[in-house]
Design a protein around this ligand. Structure first.
Ligand code: TXA
Ligand code: MG
Length: 327
């Protein structure tokens, strides 16, 4: 069992020291919980891969305190600085050419690094105290549902780590948007996430390249090695549907299958669940992973989930659901 710590000054000081000397800590961010290590310490980062059972070809994201820390780990271009000033702290990760100080294990041998500045207040306080970046992938066993509470981290990795910093439930509930900025003239989204692509396009005043709405866009898999078709997956088989009509609720075998709707419908059976009261995408995203865990533990034979609309945050929600349904 890990110790779940509250973000007091004393605990943050102790966690900084623990990280400096090579420890792993479960940390809150505004998207999902991360599993953090000192990004300058190759041995500490190796422990992340071991704890998560993550393949060595799947690179880690590094967390820094702000725009001014970019030069610690990468070569930022004017576009990266402009977008960081506009969207950081927040759920946006850049892929940029890495500096030698970042060990190859962090970037899975790539010559680029994923970098982000989280808006979670308690995590920000920890990052600000550390004079080293924190490599932190999501704190789930490889390919399972991402954690959005300290208790989720404990359930998945508690036997492998000593400390989890409790920052409450994550506000966004889906991971950061990943934007490849290695070529300034061709920014490209590698992963739909909590910052809608439309907001980045509005800032740039033009449309940018984006992944196809499928769990197996090979051009993206090639650029972002961690975007595997099967991911975020409950053990219970999950089927994804374009929309579920009220009339269908009656034909489902009671108790054996769970229905996961975007919002409540009139006929509510015991096996009918919903992700939001009114279909608001931010609420659906915030509840998505916790609900999938709950249904996974409830012993259903199958989860039948309804897609979100294909816009804004809906793209990130559907991306997670598609990968969760991949068999
Ligand atoms: O919201 C988030 O981004 C969370 C929180 C904890 O910060 N982190 C997260 O990390 O989602 P992770 O490891 O679950 O996903 C990181 C993914 C990798 O699987 C990979 O696809 C992509 O980011 N990535 C990281 N570094 C990259 C690089 N240098 N080039 C291309 N893709 C990269
Ligand atoms: Mg992950």
């Amino acid at each position: 069992m890990a110790n779940i710590l509250q973000p007091t000054e004393e605990n943050l000081r102790d966690l900084r020291k623990f990280l400096l000397f090579g420890g792993l800590v479960g940390v809150p961010t505004e998207t999902v919980y991360g599993l953090a290590a000192n990004a300058f310490d190759a041995q500490a980062c190796a422990k992340i891969f071991e704890a998560k059972q993550r393949p060595a070809n799947d690179p880690l994201i590094c967390h820094i305190s702000g725009v001014e820390a970019l030069e610690q780990i990468c070569y930022a271009n004017p576009l990266a600085i402009r977008l960081a000033e506009r969207f950081w702290p927040g759920p946006l990760t850049f892929v940029l050419p890495k500096k030698d100080k970042i060990p190859g294990i962090v970037t899975a041998g790539l010559d680029s690094v994923g970098v982000r500045c989280s808006a979670h207040p308690e995590f920000q306080r920890l990052v600000a105290q550390c004079d080293f970046p924190l490599a932190a992938p999501s704190a789930n066993p490889f390919a399972y549902i991402s954690p959005t509470t300290a208790q989720h981290v404990e359930a998945g990795l508690g036997s492998k780590i000593q400390f989890i910093l409790d920052g409450g439930p994550c506000a966004f509930g889906v991971e950061s948007t990943i934007l490849d900025l290695r070529d300034e003239s061709q920014p490209r989204i590698l992963r739909y996430g909590a910052l809608p692509a439309e907001e980045i396009e509005a800032e740039l005043g033009r449309s940018i390249e984006k992944p196809a709405a499928t769990s197996a866009d090979e051009s993206v898999q090639h650029l972002a090695p961690g975007s595997l078709p099967k991911h975020y997956s409950p053990r219970t088989p999950l089927d994804l549907r374009g929309g579920i009509a009220t009339s269908e609720l009656e034909t489902l075998p009671p108790k054996t299958a769970a229905l996961l709707l975007a919002k409540p419908q009139q006929d509510r059976g015991k096996n009918v669940h919903w992700l939001s009261e009114d279909g608001k995408l931010s609420e659906i995203a915030a509840n998505l992973f916790a609900k999938l865990r709950e249904l996974d533990e409830a012993g259903y034979s199958r989860i039948i989930a309804e897609e979100a609309p294909e816009l804004g945050l809906g793209l990130a929600i559907n991306d997670r659901l598609r990968r969760a349904s991949f068999r």
